[in-house]
Design a binder for this molecule. Sequence first.
Ligand code: 13P
Length: 254
Amino acid sequence: MHIMRRKLAAGNWKMNGTHADLGTLRTLAETHDTSPVDILICPPAPLLDRAAQVVEGSPLTIGGQDCHPAASGAHTGDISVAMLADAGATAVIVGHSERRTDHNERNDDVRAKANAAMAEGLMAVICLGESLAEREASNTLDIIAGQMSGSIPDLSTGENLVIAYEPIWAIGTGKVPTTDQIGEVHGFIRTRLERRFGAGVARSVRVLYGGSVKPANAAEIFAVPHVDGALVGGASLTAEDFSPIIAALEAAAG
Ligand code: 13P
């Protein structure tokens, strides 16, 4: 069956980057100016507006790293989806494990944020993943199933939803699951999407892998069935590291 999913290389800068790092975006935009894959960079919120201006007219797009589910109000320090869109973002990461851990975000919080993002016309990049203890107890697929049913909104489509499978034990550790382990979870996610949303949506939602993706392992990971790209942390911070990862995805796109 022909699959129409456009591959996606996404960079999550986390709490890294200032004005001085916008040159990375300029370099990526120039290097990949005719890319056959989608490229999304999620810088810290204070950089969104300037980052969006830097990538204007290039294949790169800009996203936030979190949002609040409410439209506005007394929520000190939070950012609404309308503010993200106003700053030039077209996407937002929600439910990253660092948010789930550091800010006690639960599945229903993540779903509310994703719902708000989708209602604003932003693409929600919903993160899922098991801890090391959960994997060692053979609970990975149960955890993923619970996160999917709890975090993914009913109004999801191939345009407004991206899923990132990020095993917590692989984030920032240099440890990467085997390609069989990645393939098992990605195949499982596709099957669960089909059961809930039907074959059309399941076929069109991009499922990214995240966790210690580097130039040296990217091609191997991108060859795994149902892997439609990557959500990259540390290696997205410089063009020197992120560009070869994008190139590996471009090669996989054929
Ligand atoms: P690293 O690529 O630094 O392991 O981070 C992955 C991640 O958490 C992306 O959201």
